[in-house]
Design a protein around this ligand. Structure first.
Ligand code: HEC
Length: 170
């Protein structure tokens, strides 16, 4: 009888210890995924365009401002595009929707082929990390086709040759 009680006690303990182990492993897995997401975002230059002052500060932009979008347009032959507010984008979709959405073709200068080439694990890590920051900011202005009216500041992406240099080269 005593043995049986011991057995039940030990079995119960094993189950408890096992579930604590699973929970810890789960928490470790989550922490590792968030760390990976932060690393991929920082090393892929996403903040350069998608965060205020990103070009100047890159990944040192305060985390509260990470990926809230840029209301300054990028204008070229494709029209005028705005780096989207990714904090709002990911908060509005499930992880499986994100895997499809993140791999879609985008207008310049979004480096969409790089995003498309990422593994599912890295895209999920990005998703988890941006979600952990929470939704923030406001949507960026809508895309303006070529020749349309642009009501915000914008950068112009046009190859230019300095006229003095061109003359000197002749
Ligand atoms: C050189 C600037 C630039 C960089 C760097 C950049 N993006 Fe973008 N991104 C843009 C622009 C501009 C758009 C809007 C494109 C359009 O209108 O088709 C965009 C759009 C997106 C979209 C679509 C979002 C939506 O809600 O419509 C996603 C997702 C995205 N970028 C993710 C990323 C990620 C993740 C990184 C880093 C791996 C990154 N971008 C790096 C400029 C950039």
């Amino acid at each position: 009888m005593t043995n049986r009680i011991h057995f039940v006690f030990l079995a119960g303990f094993a189950v408890l210890a096992g579930s604590a182990f699973v929970q810890t492993a789960h928490a470790d897995g989550r922490a590792a995924q968030l760390a990976r997401g932060e690393y991929v975002l920082a090393t892929s230059g996403c903040n350069d365009c998608h965060s205020p002052n990103g070009f100047e500060k890159g990944p040192t932009v305060p985390k509260a401002d990470w990926l809230v979008g840029l209301p300054i347009g990028f204008q070229g032959p494709w029209g005028t595009t705005y780096p989207a507010n990714l904090r709002l984008t990911v908060s509005a979709m499930s992880e499986s929707q994100w895997l499809v959405f993140a791999r879609q073709e985008r207008r310049p200068p979004m480096p969409w082929l790089g995003l498309k080439a990422m593994t599912d694990a890295d895209l999920k890590a990005i998703y988890a990390y941006i979600r952990s920051l929470g939704p923030a900011g406001t949507p960026v202005p809508a895309y303006v086709p070529p020749g349309g009216t642009v009501n915000t500041p914008y950068f112009v992406f046009v190859p230019t040759t300095d006229s003095k240099q061109a003359r000197a080269a002749q």
